[in-house]
Design a protein around this ligand. Structure first.
Ligand code: FAD
Length: 431
């Protein structure tokens, strides 16, 4: 059997690990165009702040990869020729497959304003981007950062920690309003201001103006101009669909796959950020853009390609992140509407949110310890934990396990209820 994987991200590597667990003889070829191979993309944020050395971003050692016994081609795939079961690479060479996995991920949406192609206009997708940002980020320089989600905030913090003066532009009236409530947004914004970040609400860039061929200022929708030395943006991502579209595979927002991660061509699978996987539990096809689902999907796809039928069952989103230095865990349903960065978190929430408007309960101790729960009829649907993380694992178990919370539901919904204490008492009683 000749297995070929396009994409050396976490989904691609997990697929190889799964294949090798079942098939030690098959021939595996990994084709990836990133010059740095497999590394932690979430780790790029910590590389920008200087907390992690780039060497710390590689989750597998060279020896571990060698043991997986695969051929690696560091090139770009330009075409899938389905009838011939062959791939065409950028240098016109060909690679044949019996089973193919497309794990090419997603990429940053471009900033589409005049001047966006000037030197000094930067995004954060790959290691190469992070290195480019670090080259430009010097004490005394000024940056404009555009975007309302986690990646934009990572850019703000990375640049601040390098001594760059930052203007942070938000389109709406507060930070990450799809996911955070007003108070949570305020907590983050206050912390950013304390770090010296200048916030601009209702601010939209309409042009990047050049100075000697480089970004020199931005013009905003309200007519204001801000002088800067660089512009960094993170305004959303989109799955890389070109290969699948050209090959005539079924696509929607991502490549459509069944619960076995198989496309409408039985010899071609897709996994990770590029895949829109059918979820048998909800009956919907879901696009995720998080590390853990990408790894799980890659692993399940690898098993299926090597002959074992394993359905991918999506678990509720669980994401630990750091917002303005504050550890924040987001579990299950917390937002309202679609989030541009963490699509998995907020999708499909709006129905629940509207039906249960008075079921949101929140307890705030002081501004760095905050817990918010979304209470369903019999179960908890979502939680956001900021600061003290003692409760995040128990809450994950309660939410992903659909634990019946009937005994504490009324208590949780009482006004001014000490929800953290109630959850602790309930959880301890269950152990
Ligand atoms: C800055 C940043 C911060 C993030 N933070 C978090 C976080 O805190 N938590 C979290 O859960 N997720 C986070 N993510 C998202 C997470 O990194 C992704 O969900 C995950 O990497 C997806 O893995 P993947 O294997 O599907 O795709 P990718 O990691 O995108 O890998 C796809 C690979 O395919 C290659 N490729 C594309 N096209 C071709 C082609 N035609 N030929 C050959 N190779 C090709 C690409 O170069 C890439 O190497 C973050 C992402 C970024 C960029």
């Amino acid at each position: 059997m000749r297995y070929v994987i396009i994409g050396s991200g976490v989904a691609g590597i997990a697929a190889i690990e799964a294949m090798r667990s079942l098939d030690t003889a098959g021939e595996i070829t990994l084709i990836g165009d990133d010059p740095y191979g497999f590394y932690s993309r979430p780790g790029l944020a910590y590389y920008l702040t200087g907390e992690l050395h780039d060497k710390a971003l590689f989750p597998r050692t060279a020896d571990e990869l060698r043991k997986l016994n695969f051929r690696y081609i560091n090139k770009q795939v330009t075409k899938i020729l389905r009838a011939e079961h062959t791939l065409e690479l950028r240098d016109q060479s060909g690679v044949s497959y019996d089973r193919l996995l497309i794990a090419v991920g997603a990429q940053a949406l471009p900033l589409e304003v005049p001047g966006a192609d000037l030197e000094g206009v930067l995004k954060l997708d790959h290691m190469t981007d992070a290195k480019r940002i670090l080259k430009q980020a010097r004490r005394g320089r000024t940056a404009v950062v555009v975007g309302g989600g986690i990646t934009a905030l990572e850019l703000v913090e990375g640049l601040r920690s390098r001594g760059v003066k930052v203007h942070y532009l938000l389109r709406g009236d507060r930070y990450w309003s799809n996911v955070l409530d007003k108070q949570e947004s305020q907590i983050i914004e206050r912390r950013l201001q304390a770090e010296g970040v200048t916030l601009h609400h209702h601010a939209e860039v309409i042009e990047v103006i050049g100075r000697n061929g480089k970004a020199g200022s931005v013009r905003l929708l309200d007519g204001q101009t801000l002088k800067c030395d660089l512009v960094a943006y993170a305004i959303g991502i989109h799955p890389r669909l070109d290969l699948a579209k050209q090959a005539g595979l079924a696509v929607d927002r991502g490549i459509l796959v069944n619960e076995y991660l198989q496309t409408n061509d039985p010899d071609i699978f897709a996994a990770g950020d590029v895949a829109q996987a059918y979820d048998p539990l909800s009956g919907r096809s879901i696009l995720d853009s998080l590390w853990t689902p990408a790894r799980q999907q890659g692993y399940a796809a690898g098993l299926n390609m090597a002959g074992r039928q394993t359905a991918y069952l999506k678990s509720p989103p669980f994401n630990v992140t750091r917002l303005a230095g504050l550890t924040t865990t987001i579990i299950g349903t917390v937002g309202r509407g679609r989030d541009e960065d963490l699509v998995g978190i907020a999708r499909g929430d709006s129905e629940t949110w509207r039906q249960l408007p008075d079921s949101m309960v929140a307890q705030t101790g002081f501004d760095v310890n905050r817990l918010r729960l979304l209470v369903g009829e019999k179960t908890l649907l979502g939680a956001i934990v900021m600061g003290d993380q003692k409760l995040s694992r128990p809450l994950e178990k309660m939410i992903s396990g659909n634990m019946d919370i009937t005994p504490i539901r009324e208590k949780l919904l009482t006004s001014n209820a000490k929800i953290a204490d109630i959850v602790v008492e309930f959880w301890t009683g269950k152990q």
